[in-house]
Design a protein around this ligand. Structure first.
Ligand SMILES: [Zn+2]
Length: 409
């Protein structure tokens, strides 16, 4: 018997089991030991030993208080300690920037969003805005090891392995090494990952929003641009380099309008913010304020506003019918602009799906507004930043031990 090999195997099993427990506590909230046994398939004694390690590292606590109104012996709950391990999330949208500090277990400890002027904002200006926003949010973590990672959401096409922003047409960016520049400006020395806003919106809805417990999800987000985040069989569909899921640039109308991406007649040119505002007779570059005005007019029965919403709803339904036929999703989650216009377009979308989608797939799919609304990409960036901890918490335990040993100072 090669005892080194046995030792390595048992270490691999230990790490995988710690990961299973940490993932459950992060995603599902407080659980009793019995629930952990049921959810992870581990034995009660294995759970006891592993929880001992996690408690010693101050990553989790066991709450021995009885549940009010519960008869019988109280069952202690194991819960994530939100301030032991935290991540910083950043969202770079076309109309706004946001930062959040999110604790292990998903608690949002701080969140700040500021509107920004529409236009092509330089990378340097954006970084300066984010550093200013993040300063007070990061302050409580300075001098401790609590900050474990930074996640950034960008409304653009991102090369996943290194986070290079290949193209962000509505920000006017091309080939920006954002992670390096932001890390230096923020003065943090933790891993920084960057991803597309719709991919992260999908991740957030899957873990914390409308799509919890589902495996086949299409998240559609709209602002100036239109993006898609696709979850297939429980996994994100990214394509070879991470550029996949760009449903907004599906060529749906070859004789249509020019698109920001350089092509013509992309889906975005029929369902995006500019198309909506143009058809209703508003300033198509007017951004969020003009959309608010349009929705207010629609609510009072303005025929031109309602007609524009009906046209966008029809093209939304046409495109979604194609995507439903290809992907057979359980749910389509409408985020961003589509979340805001949902009450006005829901019926039209359903009508177009009835008319155009394959009956078997159509019968299974639900179309819902995003539960996390405009914060979905930001919260998805936080979830992405937690992935390394969830996959291998053992690598982090030593890091937190000095804090626990210091008696929580
Ligand atoms: Zn396009």
């Amino acid at each position: 018997m090669d005892w080194d090999v046995v030792g390595q195997r048992s270490e691999t099993v230990r790490r995988a089991n710690l990961s299973a427990i940490v993932r459950e506590l992060h995603l599902r909230g407080p659980l009793s030991r019995s629930e952990l046994v049921a959810r992870t398939g581990l034995t009660r004694s294995a759970i006891r030993v592993l929880l001992g390690e996690l408690v010693a590292a101050d990553l989790v606590s066991e709450d021995r208080r009885a549940h009010l109104g519960t008869p019988g012996r109280p069952s202690p709950l194991v819960h994530a300690n939100p301030t032991t391990a935290v991540v910083l999330a950043l969202d770079i949208a076309v109309d706004s920037c946001a930062v959040a500090l999110v604790g292990f277990g998903g608690e949002v400890l701080a969140l700040q969003r500021v509107d920004r002027p529409r236009g092509h904002l330089s990378v340097a200006d954006t970084i300066a805005d984010l550093v200013q926003l993040a300063g007070p949010v990061l302050a409580p973590t300075r001098g401790s090891d609590a900050l474990i990672a930074v996640g950034i959401s960008v409304a653009g096409i991102i090369r996943r392995p290194d986070g290079l922003v290949r193209m962000a047409p509505n920000l006017g960016w091309r080939d920006v090494a954002l992670a390096n520049q932001l890390g230096g400006a923020l003065g943090v020395q933790v891993p920084i990952s960057v991803a597309n806003e719709a991919d992260l919106g999908a991740l957030a809805e899957l873990r914390r929003g409308s799509a919890v417990g589902l495996d086949d999800v299409l998240y559609l987000s709209g602002e100036v641009g239109v993006g898609g985040g696709l979850i297939v069989g429980g996994r994100p569909l990214t394509g070879a380099a991470g550029y996949g899921g760009e449903v907004g640039h599906f060529p749906i109308r070859p004789d249509g309008a020019p698109c920001h991406c350089g092509s013509v007649g992309c889906w975005e040119t029929e369902i995006g913010e500019r198309a909506l505002l143009r058809q209703a007779g508003y300033d198509q570059g007017g951004g969020r304020d003009q959309v608010d005005a349009l929705l207010a007019d629609a609510a009072t029965g303005s025929p031109s506003a309602l007609a524009a919403l009906a046209a966008v709803g029809r093209w939304l339904g046409i495109g979604l019918a194609g995507l439903v036929n290809i992907l057979n999703p359980q749910i389509v989650v409408l985020g961003g602009l589509f979340h805001r216009i949902h009450p006005f377009v829901a019926a039209t979308i359903e009508t177009e799906l009835d008319r155009l989608a394959l009956e078997a797939s159509r019968a299974l799919v639900r179309i819902v507004p995003s539960m996390l609304a405009e914060d979905a990409p930001l919260l998805g960036a936080a979830e992405m930043a937690f992935d390394a901890l969830l996959s291998d918490p053992a690598g982090y335990l030593g890091r937190f031990e000095p804090l626990a040993a210091a008696g929580g100072v």
